[in-house]
Design a protein around this ligand. Sequence first.
Ligand code: GRG
Length: 300
Amino acid sequence: MSFTQSLRRSAVDIEARLDFLIGQESGGRVPLRLRGAMRYAVLGGGKRIRPFLVIETAKMFGVPALGSIDAACTLECIHCYSLVHDDLPSMDNDEVRRGRPTLWKAYDEWTAILAGDALLTLAFEILARPETHSDPSVRAELVLLVARASGAAGMVGGQVVDLEADKLGVPAAPSLAHIRDLQAMKTGALIRVACEAGAALGRATTSERDALQRYGDALGFAFQIADDLLDADGDAATVGKAVGKDASAGKATLVSLMGIDAARAKLKEVETEAISSLAPFGSRAATLIDAARFVAQRTS
Ligand code: GRG
């Protein structure tokens, strides 16, 4: 089976589980409008790369997919909430996401804000449940890792730094270090924690965790460079959202700093860095190696 096929197959299982988890949330007392909006946000396509990384990293340590799928789904809930909020008029003001109207366009702003809030909260409800892992110390560690990655020093913090430059004209110092730091928080933290969560579920050793953190860091950076390149020269229909937004907003990205060709070369370098970090795992890491290649070469 090719990598794309296994990603798609895993996405089917993840979507079925997300559907179930949203359906049974809080004993079924969720208002219909909210449940509909949460389902719209989560179940409308998407590559499901973050949950895939949790499942495949955990598999390297002998954890079957059934043992990691709930933790995996929590990262997709958080990712989807971040997209819903990012698309709002007060943030990126986007009308198309995953090839269809964004949640605030399909419903309205207040529903989109609250559906995002509910998805973030649901993620932590799931992480804390015994069904996610039988050992409470593993669950507590997952909560800590995911909270740090998605919160003020992670994804939310990265979004603030990005929007400060965009909305308040805070001059972005467009250096490679600034861009890497910003992206490590905004996009990278969730990708890195996907690998860390898999390692926590699999009770990996410290040196194994270190290697996976290096992989996760490089993968997150590769993911963002690929995203910037898609924005610069991708096709909106294939990408599933508007393109060319970074340049028109004057955003500091690797592409604006270095140009397209140098950004492509950097992407190759970071892809190699990600793959090299997996050396200690030998052939056990074959799927994660493929994931790095996929992320670097993605077209949507
Ligand atoms: C609102 C707190 C808050 C944070 C938003 C992630 C983010 C921070 C904003 C999204 C802006 C953006 C498009 C960033 C580029 C990287 C990215 C997250 C791309 C979309 O992720 P994919 O390609 O999307 O995994 P799918 O649709 O496949 O799930």
